[in-house]
Design a protein around this ligand. Structure first.
Ligand SMILES: *[C@@H]1O[C@H](CO)[C@@H](O)[C@H](O)[C@H]1NC(C)=O
Ligand SMILES: *[C@@H]1O[C@H](CO)[C@@H](O)[C@H](O)[C@H]1NC(C)=O
Ligand SMILES: *[C@@H]1O[C@H](CO)[C@@H](O)[C@H](O)[C@H]1NC(C)=O
Ligand SMILES: *[C@@H]1O[C@H](CO)[C@@H](O)[C@H](O)[C@H]1NC(C)=O
Length: 549
């Protein structure tokens, strides 16, 4: 009798297990195309955008694929290389792994390199934004140098020389104020710093705290410590003059006055103007292994968990909200799509680029419960950001959502399919932003969970379907931003952001690469990969942390 019950129980358990696993397994097999096919498809989409830009907008900074319109950004009408420089390292990554288009990628790298060497000239009498020019142009040149060296393609010296020239011009911005905090803009020829024309001259806090990876890598490559010292000097006034760790619990208002280092206003958020302050604390630690920056990052993450986390109704999605009136003010359930980088950041900080399985065996992880808490939150935030796509009518997320906290609904706001968030009429655009696929890429390589490739494929397909122009003709096919991704059919707008090529398609591509080692590289905030710096070489060049709290 005992035996019979035992067998019965075992049989029932087996049937339930098979019933549960088999369909899920098949579902996944059916829905997730082979990684190689996905890579081929992403390469084709990249090349369609690129060929169209080459044919109709080559060399110009701003390009509209619908009407084939173009212009340059700086006054004086000389180009900064906004699209070409931002895209070279994506060309190189695809060149290295492509099976179908290798020779085309090589030809495009050489064309771009020739343009950078012979046409691009940073000696322009015009003001440029210090932050944007650093993360996109300096970052793009430095990673092109790195990948040119690693993959033995092109001439790395071209990228290196341009990076030093641009770095020297941007470095003059740090001389504009007493505190060492640069003004928002700099004239590339005269070196004169220019304050932000709006916001009472205040700089965005994220802007001058998102230059450190680029200038530290430049210092390391050139042996010139000045670059390192200039970017590091901004932190001391920021932390000390605001009593940042105690009064603010590591969280920063989104404006800072460069002349005093004091915060302006009280809005605290992980979206625009705040985001990459947090990102570069961790990424400096990952790039240079300076412990101070991990400690500062840790403090900020604890502050974020204490003041900014909440769950939506009805699906209990965790999200990072805002505090418009300071830490003690009311909580706002609004979240920018920009915040979606936080899944990948928390996960990288948790395992330091190792897989979660490997990290669990290491003391740095197993002895510190906050590492596991960061990992768990990384999974939640990435899921929430996937839901911003999955619960949208087009399969694409809008620029900003307001999560459902049970009482916020207002007329004219669109409500997502499961009800977890609302979209205001002016926030319905989609600029083909990277942050969600960025986090999905990190979560995949750090967990090897195939779910993330399935999510990435769904988002990629929504981009390919909704943002495509002249889609049925392979020779004319190209991609653009959307002014509305909520009302169907979606509406296009005539602008291709450079980060479509530099970030979104790059992160999607890396998601479908096998064996991408995240302990060896750190991506800057524009998805430009730098190699982790060698600590012995840093020491021999006296590149060390020059301040403390
Ligand atoms: C470059 O290609 C080689 C050969 O396919 C591959 O082993 C390596 O992982 C690739 N490197 C990167 C960074 O993708
Ligand atoms: C690489 O570029 C540098 C800088 O333009 C040039 O001096 C050098 O001759 C080039 N090397 C090759 C092999 O073409
Ligand atoms: C180091 O960089 C600084 C800042 O751009 C520059 O003024 C200085 O000339 C450089 N030093 C050398 C030796 O190149
Ligand atoms: C939503 O996600 C599910 C599960 O990943 C998937 O089957 C479905 O196709 C997705 N829908 C959209 C619009 O992305």
């Amino acid at each position: 009798m005992k035996n019979f019950i035992g067998i019965l129980v075992a049989t029932v358990v087996a049937i339930i297990a098979i019933a549960y696993y088999v369909p899920r397994y098949e579902l996944f097999e059916r829905k997730s195309p082979e990684a190689g096919e996905m890579r081929d498809q992403i390469e084709s989409v990249f090349l369609a955008s690129w060929r169209d830009y080459y044919k109709h907008g080559w060399g110009y900074d701003v390009y509209g694929p619908i009407e084939h319109t173009f212009h340059n950004m700086p006054r004086g009408n000389q180009p900064l290389g906004w699209i070409i420089v931002d895209s070279v390292d994506t060309l190189m990554l695809m060149y290295n792994s492509s099976t179908l288009h290798k020779s085309e990628f090589e030809a495009e790298i050489l064309k771009s390199e020739e343009w950078i060497n012979n046409v691009l000239d940073f000696d322009i009498d015009a003001e440029v934004n210090v932050f944007e020019t650093t993360i996109r142009m300096l970052g793009g040149l430095l990673s092109a140098y790195h990948l040119s060296d690693l993959f033995e393609v092109g001439n790395k010296t071209v990228y290196f020389n341009k990076a030093v020239d641009l770095g020297d011009r941007l470095a003059l911005a740090f001389l504009s104020s007493q505190t060492g905090i640069p003004y928002s803009s700099v004239n590339l020829r005269s070196g004169q710093g220019i304050k932000n024309h709006a916001d009472g001259g205040a700089s965005s806090t994220a802007e001058f705290t998102t230059l450190q990876m680029e200038f530290k890598y430049l210092a390391y490559l050139t042996g010139n410590r000045t670059y390192w010292e200039l970017v590091e000097r901004v932190y001391e006034p920021l932390y000390k003059n605001n009593d940042l760790l105690n009064t603010y619990d590591g969280l920063v208002p989104i404006y800072t006055f460069p002349d005093t280092g004091r915060f302006g206003g009280s809005t605290i958020r992980f979206g625009s103007r705040g985001d990459s302050f947090y990102e570069y604390l961790l990424k400096q630690y990952l790039l240079t292994h300076e412990k101070l920056y991990y400690d500062l990052y840790r403090k900020s993450m604890e502050g974020m968990k204490k003041y900014l986390l909440a769950q939506s109704k009805p699906s209990s999605l965790w999200y990072i909200g805002e505090r418009e009136q300071g830490l003690q003010g009311q909580f706002s359930p609004k979240m920018d799509h920009l915040v979606c980088f936080m899944g990948g950041l928390l996960a990288s900080g948790s395992t330091e680029g190792l897989s979660i399985q490997e990290a669990r065996r290491r003391p740095f992880f197993s002895l510190f419960p906050e590492r596991k808490s960061d990992w768990d939150l990384a999974e939640e935030i990435t899921n929430t950001c996937y839901q911003m796509y999955n619960q949208s009518s087009s399969g694409l997320a809008p620029e900003i959502v307001v999560f459902n906290d049970g009482n916020i609904k207002q007329s004219g706001w669109w409500q997502s399919s499961l009800g977890d968030f609302f979209v205001k009429p002016l926030d319905r655009h989609n600029l083909q932003r990277p942050e969600t696929v960025e986090s999905i890429m990190f979560m995949y390589h750090l967990s090897h969970n195939d779910k993330y490739r399935e999510w990435g494929a769904n988002i990629a397909n929504s981009f390919f379907e909704n943002t495509c122009i002249d889609c049925s003709d392979p020779k004319l096919r190209r991609f653009t931003s959307l002014s509305d991704c909520i009302t169907l059919p979606t509406k296009k707008s005539n602008n291709m952001e450079s980060f479509w090529l530099a970030e979104t398609l790059k992160y999607l591509y890396i998601l479908f690469l096998d064996d991408f080692d995240l302990t060896k590289v750190v991506f800057n905030t524009e998805a430009h990969p730098f190699p982790v710096l060698d600590e012995k070489k840093m020491k021999s060049q006296s590149l060390t942390t020059g301040w403390s709290l």
